[in-house]
Design a binder for this molecule. Structure first.
Ligand code: ZN
Length: 66
């Protein structure tokens, strides 16, 4: 897990919890942050098993958009 903070959702303003918002899609091959409040999702990143910062990359993508 990462301690990188999530920015508030650009649509509803709530701050998603990383633990409950980190969502695997495409049979676990991709990862993204989803807002529990309004259901909006950040851009998905491809999970790379050789790298350990997949969570941080998904969070980065969310924060870039927020
Ligand atoms: Zn939201």
């Amino acid at each position: 897990m990462t301690d990188q903070p999530l920015k508030p959702c650009p649509f509803c303003g709530s701050v998603p919890e990383i633990e409950s918002s980190l969502t695997r899609i495409d049979f676990g091959r991709r990862l993204r942050i989803e807002c529990i409040e309004c259901g909006s999702a950040g851009p998905a990143v491809r999970v790379n098993m050789a790298r350990r910062n997949n969570d941080a990359r998904a969070i980065d993508e969310w924060n870039k958009r927020a």
